[in-house]
Design a protein. Structure first.
Length: 281
């Protein structure tokens, strides 16, 4: 009975643990291996002595991933495959696809340029909100040194050009996945520093803000939202559409600059919608 309870507790946390591992490793198969290793270690431990099971498991997965990254580096790891964002079959394929899209191939390419310790510190702090006091023993550094690792990684991530600059559709697809998944950090990364949201009067009437300026404001508006939006081509350009009864109600057009979202325009006026050529993807 106790083992069944422990298995249930682990399953409740599996999605989170796989997200942590996938962010660090960029490979769904390796992420699954890391999570399975965490279960093996948990099953062999004195679970009753663990005060914070979620924290304990996250720490174990992070340490396993760090070891895997270091081993990968020692083998002079092969270049990232072009189809990395495609995930292998799993019990819930829709969740797997959402995870891959919300991280984005571009982010995974950039993360590969970091050292293992930088990558672990950056992912744990900037994506999953662990404190540097919690991260320090995982990477074997002091909290101050762990902070430096994350800071150095952040500068490299923010300063890297996006491999998706020539693929606006993938940028919009990643934006939609991050919005639906409530991934605020991924949204920030996809937004240009001067990002702006603009709404026409009809969109304002149904609750949209007239204007939002800055990536934090725009990301805050979309994080956890856009659940009913669908990817579409708007006059041939990638965008999003919210439809009701098959009829478009609001169209989101995107201005992509340098692989980042520079502007989002919300169109809800019926006469403007009627003049748009919309093709759902």
């Amino acid at each position: 009975m106790e083992r069944d309870w422990l298995a249930d507790q682990f399953e409740d946390r599996r999605a989170h643990l796989r997200a942590v591992a996938y962010r660090m490793l960029g490979s769904q198969n390796e992420a699954d291996d890391a999570v399975q290793e965490a279960w093996l270690r948990l099953s062999l431990s004195d679970a009753a002595a663990i005060d914070n099971l979620s924290g304990w498991l996250t720490t174990v997965v992070a340490r396993v991933c760090l070891d895997m990254l270091r081993s990968r580096n020692s083998r002079k790891e092969a270049p990232l495959p072009a189809d990395l964002a495609l995930v292998s079959p799993a019990p819930n394929p829709s969740d797997e696809a959402l995870m891959a899209e919300s991280v984005g191939l571009a982010m995974l390419v950039v993360l590969q340029t970091l050292t293992p310790s930088e990558r672990v510190a950056f992912v744990l702090h900037d994506t999953f909100g662990l404190s540097f006091e919690e991260i320090a023993p995982i990477v074997g550094r002091s909290p101050a040194a762990a902070r430096q690792l994350a800071s150095r990684a952040r500068r490299r991530v923010q300063g890297s050009p996006s491999p998706e600059a020539s693929a606006p559709r993938e940028v919009v697809r990643a934006f939609l996945a991050a919005a639906k998944g409530g991934d605020f950090q991924a949204l920030l990364w996809l937004l240009d520093p001067s990002a702006v949201l603009r709404s026409d009067p009809a969109a304002v009437e149904i609750g949209a803000p007239a204007t939002l300026v800055g990536p934090e404001a725009v990301a805050g508006r979309f994080s956890g939202g856009a659940r009913a939006a669908r990817l579409a081509l708007i006059d041939g350009a990638p965008g999003l559409v919210w439809a009701r009864g098959g009829q478009p109600q609001v169209v989101f057009t995107f201005t992509i600059r340098g692989g980042k979202v520079a502007a989002i325009d919300l169109i809800a006026a019926s006469e403007r919608l009627a003049g748009l050529r919309i093709e759902f993807l």
